[in-house]
Design a binder for this molecule. Structure first.
Ligand SMILES: [Zn+2]
Length: 93
């Protein structure tokens, strides 16, 4: 195990951060409740110094497997479009 002496100001440190174990700096999760569901964001800085945000969304689904699958596919498709619009050009593949 290597010791990391400095953490970004937003790093949660302790058990949240795994930089000492060749992992990543991680913030404490930030939860945003919206009218459409809950989004949990965690900022990450990789070993190579790249900053990322981990997004986890919890949304209500309609009753019935078919409708739930349709909504899920639409959410994923719209999320992909949104990511492409907002970060696609700024992040190299
Ligand atoms: Zn850290």
């Amino acid at each position: 195990m290597r010791r990391v002496d400095t953490h970004p100001a937003w790093c949660g440190g302790g058990h949240v951060c795994s930089a000492d174990r060749r992992g990543s700096h991680r913030s404490h999760p930030h939860t945003v409740d919206t009218e459409h569901g809950r989004i949990v964001l965690t900022r990450i800085r990789s070993q190579g110094g790249r900053d990322q945000v981990e997004l986890r969304a919890v949304v209500e689904l309609p009753m019935g497997d078919v409708d739930a699958q349709v909504v899920t596919r639409r959410v994923v498709a719209d999320l992909c479009l949104s990511l492409g619009r907002h970060v696609g050009a700024a992040v190299p593949a």
